[in-house]
Design a protein around this ligand. Structure first.
Ligand code: SAM
Ligand code: SF4
Ligand code: F3S
Length: 429
């Protein structure tokens, strides 16, 4: 392939794992002489790294394929679809605009796949891209410590498209973190679909967390996403003991009713979840706790939905990602009788969002007048900068500060729901 036809651009959908994978794809292609460009108009190869978690995510990708089709008519580009939707729907290859399709475990073969017309590549289910260490712009970096998921929550497509759980070897995870820190990264975010199920030859998640926290230069350490069924209190102890650990836990509860949780195949009860939160908050009183909530699961009654609302009122999450159930072909929940209308699901979701938004505002108001030590992370969309605290909150500042600096900020007011502050020299909370 000529140099002129080797410019690539990747458009990423979906979760942090997909963002990390976009970095992996870039590294693989760059090593073969391909050149990354910042937009599709300058590219010879446009790759869509896709998500399949809800129908809406897939519809967005289909829309983008068709709009890229117009570019393809004017200019001879190749269009590839990779990632979770590609794995779920190999027939995407039949769309005239699409030149190649590859699942999340097939990226090592991309340089070859791109050169061949009309290829679907499923990939190696044991792939862990162990020695490929993507470095993105900025001072924050993801490190995937495992791939795949074996949990088969009844609504979820991820185990089907991402394959079985694979924990990466401890030593290369530590080497990757050391490498990133040496490149100027200050914040490390460990990733796994079920990050706290990590286990490599007997080394569990809490031990790994402690080892990463001890690496010199790791100023902030976070992880995503924890599963309530695999909570081990040792990880809370590590979060309390290590000064660079962010006191932040994303712990998806999904629903506040035991019958629904059982149907979802989540392996915990509402009472067990509450107990975990109680112990978390007793060990880390200022922890930021966020969650995922799924409403309108097949057969969810009004009363069962009210149980979710009651749990949300009670726990007072700092933030929540809220979704209405979207049936995913091939999953168990897609086969369950679903009598709820879309209108009813939307109504429940709106109600939940209203309640949670009020709680977010109340939680953020608790920050008013207090000072926090934080790292200046990135420019804010509305001007100024966003700083991240060691309690996992973002505060906007409008002063002239430098990305990467550790500063103390006093929260003065809220803009929408975002805390806004001024830098100061007082002692932080
Ligand atoms: N591994 C994480 C966990 O166990 O909670 C979640 C990963 S999933 C990619 C992110 C969120 O998407 C889930 O927590 C769930 O709330 C939501 N989700 C998954 N499948 C869904 C579906 N079929 N319809 C609507 N939301 C869904
Ligand atoms: Fe999906 Fe459940 Fe695995 Fe999370 S733990 S990725 S929700 S199957
Ligand atoms: Fe992530 Fe979507 Fe795949 S949420 S794992 S990109 S299905």
């Amino acid at each position: 392939m000529e140099k002129e036809s080797k410019r690539f651009h990747i458009i990423t959908y979906g979760c942090q794992m997909n963002q990390y994978d976009t970095g992996i794809i870039s590294e693989i292609l760059k090593n073969e002489g391909y050149i990354p460009v910042n937009n599709e108009r300058d590219a010879d190869i446009v790759i869509l790294n896709t998500c399949a978690v809800r129908e809406h995510a897939e519809k967005r990708v289909m829309g983008r394929i068709h709009s890229l089709g117009r570019l393809k008519k004017r200019k001879n580009i190749k269009i590839g679809v990779v990632g979770c939707m590609a794995k779920r729907l190999p027939e995407l290859l039949e769309i005239p605009e699409v030149d190649f399709v590859a699942g999340p475990d097939a990226y090592r073969n991309l340089p070859v796949i791109i050169g061949r017309e009309g290829v679907f590549e499923e990939g190696n289910p044991f792939e862990d891209y162990n020695e490929i260490w993507p470095l993105n712009e900025g001072i924050s970096a993801y490190v995937s410590i495992s791939r795949g998921c074996d949990n088969f929550c009844s609504y979820c497509i991820v185990p089907y498209v991402r394959g079985p759980l694979r924990s990466r070897p401890v030593d290369t995870i530590l080497e990757e973190v050391e490498y990133l820190v040496a490149q100027g990264v200050k914040e490390i975010i460990l990733l796994g679909q079920n990050v706290n199920e990590y286990n490599y030859k007997g080394v569990g998640f809490a031990s790994l967390l402690g080892m990463v926290a001890d690496i010199k230069g790791v100023e902030m350490l976070n992880f995503l996403t924890s599963h309530p069924k695999d909570i081990d209190y040792n990880m809370f102890m590590v979060m309390a003991e290590k000064k660079n650990m962010v006191r932040y836990l994303h712990l998806p509860v999904q629903a506040g009713n035991n019958r629904i949780l059982k149907l979802m195949n989540r392996h915990y009860t509402v009472e067990e979840y509450r107990d975990t939160v109680r112990r978390l908050r007793s060990i880390l009183p200022d922890v930021t706790l966020t969650t995922d909530l799924l409403v309108g699961f097949p057969g969810e009654t009004e009363k069962e939905f009210m149980d979710t609302l009651a749990l949300v009122e009670d726990i007072r999450f700092d933030h929540a990602f809220m979704f209405r159930f979207s049936p995913r072909p091939g999953t168990l929940a897609a086969l369950m009788e679903d009598k709820l209308t879309d209108e009813e699901k939307i109504k429940r979701l709106r109600k939940l969002i209203d309640v949670q938004n009020r709680i977010i505002r109340e939680r953020n108001k608790e920050m008013l007048g207090k000072s926090f030590r934080c790292i200046v992370m990135k420019p804010a969309k509305k001007g100024g900068y966003l700083c991240k605290t060691w309690t996992g909150k973002y505060i906007a500042v409008s002063e002239n500060v430098n990305i990467g600096d550790v500063i103390s900020v006093k929260v003065t007011h809220l803009r929408g729901n975002t805390p806004v502050g001024i830098t100061q020299k007082d002692k932080e909370e």
